[in-house]
Design a protein around this ligand. Structure first.
Ligand code: IMP
Length: 434
């Protein structure tokens, strides 16, 4: 049981990148298992000229550690252009990624230009009822995968096979694109485009299932890096305002090809408040000055799209639901420092839905839309906490908030983040039981 899964416990953007980067110290391999470049994981580490910020969309957040193996497993959808761009950017910044440090599953599905075009055209056609996707082609690529007409990375290595795959999928997709008034794509152009990427990506492609099995046999520690958040899960989130993959802990097994018995810890990452990008229900959303303060102090603008995030108070019923589907062994509470300066901090402890008290969220969009939060008010604090290294360094009211979250959710707090840097972290329980 040498595997630990890191899961977004809310609607994404919880600060998973920082926690994965930190926990990588204790791991041998870091694995992305779902989603694609809809994710934006931000890492801040000290460089020769001060703190350096790196935003990763596809490459696992363990990449800044020199000796660890990073894996993009078959559950991820890969945009070759974005991946190669990310590798080039790292190289330009003096952090080149040798082939042996990044292995990519041959079976991962490929995001092709028409997937992006379809994502954007569909959203435009939906008008007011749009999902608010990132426009990166994630949904259409997973759709092709499930419909058994997708293109996998291994298909980009073989012209005959690629042409055969494209002949199956492209005419139908072009017809739909034309219907939506969007640009269509030429099959031969797509073959050339795909093969060119295949040639460049070939040295990275591998049998990642075998790598993980060997690692497990040798007793190595595997850190599984979730993307997005629990409430965006395709099966358990606020459908239809969700992403197209399984973002919950069970998704780690499916996406990486690991048996459930391999999973030891499941750490849920949660902000000390809540945010959401895109459309969909959000019971504790604040459309007032407190919401603006959270957005400004927390720099709540998307790492991928730059969109302003919707902000609200910590939501316990949603966290209880997240615990139900993920089985968290611990919580990492991030961005506690963003709450500094509020005279009172609120926690939503329950909802009232149609006159009934509800303790655990039902994420169905139509139910959650009617949920009225019941708040508990806690006293705030004004002391700067960005240098705190232990719980004792925190003002009593900040500790009080952490204790109350643990008590109401029934999940122990493993880690508290008080700023973007690696060093601005209070680690209470180490991953892998170390
Ligand atoms: P898609 O994943 O681009 O299809 O977008 C579907 C929904 O998930 C939209 O509401 C997006 O804003 C949201 N979403 C996708 N990726 C992320 C993420 O990494 N963080 C937060 N929200 C995300």
């Amino acid at each position: 049981m040498n595997s630990c899964v890191i899961i977004g416990a809310q609607w994404g953007d919880e600060g998973k990148g920082k926690v994965v980067d930190l926990f990588t110290e204790a791991a041998d391999l870091v694995v992305r298992f779902q989603g694609g470049n809809n994710a934006g994981h931000t890492l801040v580490v000290d460089g020769p000229e001060g703190p350096e910020k790196t935003v990763l969309h596809l490459i696992p957040s363990g990449i800044l550690h020199a000796e660890k193996t990073n894996i993009i497993a078959s559950g991820v959808v890969v945009d070759p252009e974005v991946l190669l761009g990310e590798l080039e950017e790292l190289a330009e910044r003096g952090r080149p990624v040798p082939h042996e440090r990044l292995r990519i599953s041959r079976d991962a599905h490929v995001i092709l230009p028409w997937h992006r075009a379809l994502d954007l055209a569909r959203e435009a056609a939906r008008g007011e009822s749009r999902i608010g996707t990132t426009g990166r082609g994630i949904g259409p690529t997973y759709e092709d995968r499930v419909a058994r007409r997708g293109v996998r990375l291994r298909d980009l290595l073989d012209e005959e096979r690629l042409r055969e795959r494209l002949e199956q999928v492209l005419p139908e997709r072009n017809a739909l694109l034309a219907h939506l008034g969007a640009e269509t794509f030429d099959l031969e152009d797509m073959v050339r485009h795909g093969l060119a990427f295949g040639e460049r990506l070939a040295p990275w492609l591998d049998d990642c299932g075998a790598i993980l099995e060997n690692a497990r046999r040798r007793g190595q520690r595997i850190l599984l890096e979730g993307a997005q958040g629990t409430l965006l899960d395709i099966g358990h989130g606020t459908y239809p305002f969700v992403t197209s993959s399984h973002t919950i802990s069970g998704g780690a097994c499916v996406g990486a090809g690991l048996p459930p018995s391999a999973i030891g810890g499941v750490v849920g990452i949660a902000k000390a408040y809540c945010t959401r990008v895109g459309s969909g229900p959000f019971p504790t959303e604040l459309e007032d000055a407190d919401g603006d303060t959270l957005r400004a102090n927390g720099h709540e603008f998307g790492a991928t799209t730059g969109r302003p995030r919707r902000c609200g108070w910590f939501d316990v019923p949603a966290m209880r639901f997240a615990h139900r589907v993920n089985g968290f062994t611990g919580l990492a509470i991030t961005k506690l420092d963003v709450l500094t300066g509020f005279s009172r901090v609120r926690i939503c402890t329950a909802y009232v839905v149609d006159g009934e008290r509800v303790d655990v969220a039902d994420p169905d969009g139509t139910v959650l839309e009617r949920a009225v939060p019941v708040y508990e008010d806690l006293p705030g604090w004004s002391e700067d906490i960005t240098g705190a290294q232990t719980l004792d360094d925190l003002p009593p009211h900040a500790r009080g908030l952490l204790d109350r979250i643990a008590e109401l959710t029934g999940i122990p707090v493993d880690l508290v983040s008080v700023g973007p840097n690696r060093a601005q972290t209070i680690v209470l329980t180490r991953p892998f039981g170390a």
